[in-house]
Design a protein around this ligand. Structure first.
Ligand code: TRP
Ligand code: SF4
Length: 375
C-alpha cells in the first residue's frame, strides 16, 4: 500500500499512533485549541501538558457548563486487571470532567461482557477485579454520590439498546470500522454504543450532552456511536456523544505498545513500593552513552519516559517544578541516576498515599457496585 495508506485503529489491540495530526485529519477529530481550553473552569494537568490533544464537540459540553445545564460524563473500563498508569489516565479525566459542574452526572460501565468476549474472563472474576478497580477510582477522587455504576452483563436497558442498534448495522459496516473480527467483539462494540447512549435514556432524564474521555485507540467506538445516535435521533432524541482524546503513552521500558507480557513496562497503582521503585529505576531514559557526554550535551527529556510519561503526564503537578526539571536535564546539570532517585521520591510518595486511601475504600466500592448509586 502507499504512504497514504489509511490508519486503522484497533481498540482491542495495541495501537500505536505515529502521527496525531494525520489521525485527526483522517477521522475528523478536532485539535484541542487553547481558545477552547481557556473556557474550561480550570485546566487539568493532562490538558496543560497536551496529553489530551483532541476532541469532538467538546464545545457542547463547555456550553452546558457555562449555562449551568445538565450533561453526562460517561466511561467504561474493561475489568481485565489491576489499575495501572493507563487506566489511571482515563479515570482522572472522568473525575475531572465530572468536577467541572454541579450539574454533571457520571456514568461508569464495568465492561464485563467485553472482558469476556475479548479476554475470556468469567463474569464472577470481573466482579472481583471491578471491585478493586473501583477502589482505585474512589481513591483517585471519584465522588460516589455523583456516579451511576453498572455491569454491562446486568444492565438490561444497555443490552436492549445494543439489540436495537443491531437492526441497522451491517457486517460490512463493522468490518470497515474494525476489520474482520469475531462476532463477540462486534457485539461488544454495539454494547459499548449502548453504554455511551445509556445516560440519554428517559429513565436517566432523557437526551443530554454526553462526554466520553478516551484514548485515541477508542475512536472507532466513538465514530460508530455518533453514527448510531444520528440514525436513532428521531426515535430517542439522542445527541451525538462528545469525546476527548488522549495520546497513547509509552510503557516504562519505552515500548510504544503496552503489553502484559512485559511486566517491567507496567506500573500498577497497588503494587508493592519496592517493585514499583525497581521499575522506575529501570525505566527508559533520554540519557547519553556516558556521564561525560551527558554533562556536555545534556539529556533528552522529550525522549525520556521518566520525564515525559512519569513526571509530566502523571506525577508532577507543579508546572514550575516540571520546567526546572526539564532544564536541569537539558543542560546536563543532572544525570539519570540522581534524577531517577529524585523522581522516585515524587512517585513513591504519590503511590504510598494512594495505596493508603485505596485500602479504606473497599466497603464503599462494594456498596456502589451492588447498589449502583448512593444517595
Ligand atoms: N472498551 C473500553 C475498554 O476497552 C471499555 C468501555 C466499555 C468503555 N464501555 C465503554 C469506554 C463506554 C468508554 C465508554 O477499556
Ligand atoms: Fe530522563 Fe532525568 Fe535522565 Fe533527563 S536526567 S534523561 S529527565 S532520567
Amino acid at each position: 500500500m502507499s504512504s497514504e495508506e489509511a490508519l486503522v485503529l484497533d481498540p482491542w489491540g495495541t495501537s500505536h499512533v505515529k502521527d496525531y495530526d494525520r489521525l485527526m485529519k483522517q477521522f475528523g477529530i478536532e485539535p484541542l485549541t487553547q481558545e477552547l481550553a481557556k473556557r474550561l473552569p480550570y485546566q487539568h494537568r493532562l490538558i496543560r501538558r497536551r496529553v489530551i490533544f483532541g476532541h469532538r464537540d467538546l464545545g457542547n459540553i463547555i456550553q452546558a457548563i457555562e449555562n449551568g445545564n445538565e450533561y453526562a460524563v460517561m466511561t467504561g473500563i474493561k475489568p481485565s486487571g489491576e489499575f495501572h498508569l493507563g487506566t489511571k489516565l482515563t479515570s482522572e479525566e472522568f473525575i475531572y470532567f465530572l468536577s467541572l459542574s454541579p450539574r454533571a452526572r457520571g456514568f461508569f460501565a464495568i465492561a464485563d461482557l467485553e472482558a469476556y468476549a475479548d479476554n475470556k474472563i468469567p463474569l464472577e472474576e470481573s466482579y472481583r477485579i471491578a471491585l478493586s478497580n473501583l477502589m482505585d477510582m474512589l481513591a483517585l477522587g471519584l465522588d460516589p454520590k455523583r456516579v451511576y455504576v453498572y455491569r454491562q452483563s446486568e444492565e438490561i436497558p444497555v443490552l436492549h439498546l445494543a439489540f436495537i442498534f443491531s437492526r441497522s448495522v451491517t457486517y460490512n459496516t463493522l468490518e470497515a470500522i474494525y476489520g474482520p473480527r469475531p462476532f463477540g467483539l462486534y457485539l461488544s462494540a454495539l454494547v459499548q454504543a449502548g453504554d455511551i447512549l445509556n445516560p440519554q435514556l428517559p429513565h436517566h432524564g432523557g437526551p443530554k450532552p454526553t462526554l466520553v474521555p478516551v484514548g485515541a485507540d477508542q475512536d472507532p467506538h466513538i465514530r460508530l456511536t455518533r453514527d448510531l445516535a444520528t440514525k436513532y435521533s428521531e426515535e430517542f432524541g439522542f445527541v451525538p456523544p462528545a469525546a476527548t482524546y488522549h495520546r497513547l503513552l509509552r510503557d516504562l521500558t519505552g515500548q510504544e505498545k503496552m503489553s502484559k507480557r512485559n511486566p517491567m513496562g507496567i506500573l500498577y497503582l497497588n503494587e508493592p513500593l519496592e517493585s514499583a521503585k525497581a521499575k522506575v529505576m529501570n525505566a527508559f531514559t533520554g540519557g547519553r552513552a556516558t556521564a561525560e557526554e551527558q554533562r556536555r550535551l545534556g539529556g533528552e527529556p522529550e525522549k525520556c519516559v521518566v520525564f515525559a510519561e512519569l513526571l509530566s503526564a502523571h506525577f508532577l503537578e507543579d508546572d514550575k517544578l516540571l520546567e526546572e526539571w526539564y532544564w536541569d536535564c537539558k543542560t546536563g546539570r543532572i544525570l539519570c541516576g540522581e534524577c531517577k532517585a529524585r523522581a522516585w521520591e515524587v512517585i513513591g510518595s504519590w503511590l504510598k498515599a494512594h495505596q493508603e486511601k485505596r485500602s479504606r475504600m473497599r466497603d464503599l466500592a462494594d456498596r456502589l457496585l451492588k447498589e449502583k448509586t448512593l444517595k
